[in-house]
Design a protein around this ligand. Structure first.
Ligand SMILES: [Zn+2]
Length: 51
C-alpha cells in the first residue's frame, strides 16, 4: 500500500509547490508547509509565509 497522494498544489491558492529542505513552498503565494517525516502538513492555519 503506497497510496499517498502526491500534493501538487497549494490548498490555499492552488499554486504549484516546490520542495525545499524540510518543507513545501508555494510558488505563487509563498506559503510554506512543513514536512513531518516526509508528509506535508497542508493546513493553512499552521503554514507560514516564506520570506
Ligand atoms: Zn499558494
Amino acid at each position: 500500500m503506497n497510496n499517498l497522494p502526491s500534493i501538487q498544489s497549494c490548498p490555499k491558492c492552488k499554486g504549484g509547490l516546490e520542495e525545499q529542505e524540510n518543507s513545501l513552498i508555494c510558488r505563487r503565494c509563498r506559503t510554506r508547509y512543513s514536512l513531518n517525516h516526509g508528509i506535508p502538513i497542508m493546513i493553512v492555519d499552521s503554514a507560514e509565509k516564506a520570506s
